[in-house]
Design a protein around this ligand. Structure first.
Ligand code: ZN
Length: 415
């Protein structure tokens, strides 16, 4: 909270990644690799520009917008300790996670999801999308208990974080237009996003079409788990792109996983990439779960199941990075932290430094993928920014320094 009549404040020795600035020509600062460097002038509670560094110096800071987590599963997290013998890839993980649902009471779901959400907030997140399993054992098309529990959490925490919820429906299930419409109506009633799992279901094409039509009728964004495997017959991403173009769908479409792209030869990849560009689809790379589940065989894996981050970005398709599963049947390790997920993508996909060019994948671009306005640094309310004790973006991504509120630098200046 800023005092009633704030004077100008200055954060000394600040670096801001160029990729986080909307109007670089007005922002000032001296270029330093992928950042600009100077003292950050804060006027009327907003980051205005960099001014030349004063003589006092001070500890170095890298300033970022608060982070965005585009893809987690807060209903599943922290369940791995209840499971044994989780191995053999995606289908085994789905079965193990389904068996764990006998433990999913209201208090169990709530305590695990809250722990995950607090971890996201502590990691510097201001916007989060969580998928939520849909359906009950006795009524597979009805909202799940987890759907209502996470809906309550989203409301309770709305002053600290924007939590979007996307039900994890099945493409086969929503191939029935009446089912798709009823689920879309329920999603719309709490501001959610239409989420669909697309794999090798016989009716996947019809399911995807119904998702587009129901989302359009109810004004929903779309989010697909799609082609989470390395089998040649997976074609969900292409069907989604074709239908996005055919229907002229206007809402944001985010496609997570897209592992199957690794199977395409250069000509087929170019053709599909052009369709993705025309359809304004965002692709989410989810390295942790893909590294753990994909390309399994006896011994050491030599296929890693990531999507084509380099090729998609080079073609202009927006790519974002998400955390996906944390300590559950799909990924037995990890924590809810977009910075850690980007660091993993750097290692797994050979994303080279300087890393400032990659930060939009967990900030500005990730916000756009969720249908939210990008949060650049210039003009941002300082409550929407975080800083790290670091002198470079490499140090930030190394993860040694925790995120710190900007106001912490001005003890006594803020109420
Ligand atoms: Zn997922």
């Amino acid at each position: 909270m800023i005092a009633q009549e704030p004077a100008d404040l200055v954060l000394p020795n600040a670096r801001v990644p160029v990729s986080m600035i909307a109007r670089l020509d007005k922002f000032g600062g001296a270029r330093d690799q992928d950042c600009v460097h100077g003292d950050l002038l804060i006027r009327n509670g907003r980051a205005e520009r960099l001014i030349p560094t004063g003589p006092t110096g001070g500890s170095p800071w890298v300033v970022l917008p608060k982070l965005t987590e585009c893809h987690v599963h807060l209903d599943k997290c922290y369940t791995i300790s209840r499971m044994c013998d989780v191995r053999d890839g995606l289908q085994a993980a789905i079965a193990a996670q389904a068996a764990d649902r006998v433990h999913w009471t209201q208090s169990d779901i709530r305590s695990r999801a809250m722990r995950g959400l607090e971890e996201l907030i502590s990691s510097g997140c201001v916007s989060v999308r969580s998928h939520v399993d849909w359906g009950r054992d006795d009524s597979p098309n009805a909202p799940s208990l987890a759907w209502s529990v996470l809906g309550e959490l989203a409301q309770e925490c709305s002053d600290r974080v924007t939590l979007q919820l996307a039900p994890l429906t099945d493409a086969e299930q929503i191939a029935d237009p009446a089912v798709a419409d009823a689920i879309a109506r329920e999603i719309a009633s709490n501001g959610g996003v239409f989420g669909v799992f697309v794999f090798d279901q016989a009716n996947r094409r019809m399911g995807i079409r119904q998702a587009f039509e129901a989302a359009d009728r109810h004004g929903l964004a779309l989010d697909f788990h799609v082609d989470e495997g390395l089998d040649d017959e997976l074609d969900g991403l292409e069907v989604i792109a074709d239908l996005a173009i055919e229907t002229g769908f206007q809402g944001p479409v985010l496609c997570g996983h897209a592992c199957h792209l690794m199977n395409l030869d250069p000509e087929a990849l170019k053709k599909l990439t052009e369709k993705l560009l025309r359809s304004n689809i965002f692709v989410a790379s989810l390295p942790a779960t893909n590294l753990f589940l994909q390309g399994r065989a006896d011994g050491t894996p030599d296929r890693r199941g990531l999507t084509r981050i380099h090729e998609l970005r080079a073609a202009g398709v927006p790519v974002v990075v998400g955390t996906d599963n944390v300590q559950d049947a799909f990924c037995p390790l990890g924590r809810h932290d977009p910075r850690q997920s980007l660091a993993l993508a750097v290692l797994a996909a050979h994303l080279d430094p300087p890393f400032g060019t990659h930060f939009p994948m967990i900030t500005t671009s990730a916000r756009k993928a969720l249908g939210l306005a990008p949060n650049h640094i210039d003009g941002a309310v300082i409550g929407d920014l975080i800083m790290f004790g670091a002198a470079s973006t490499s140090e930030v991504l190394a993860g040694v320094s925790p995120p710190v509120r900007i106001s912490a630098a001005f003890q006594g200046e803020f109420a």
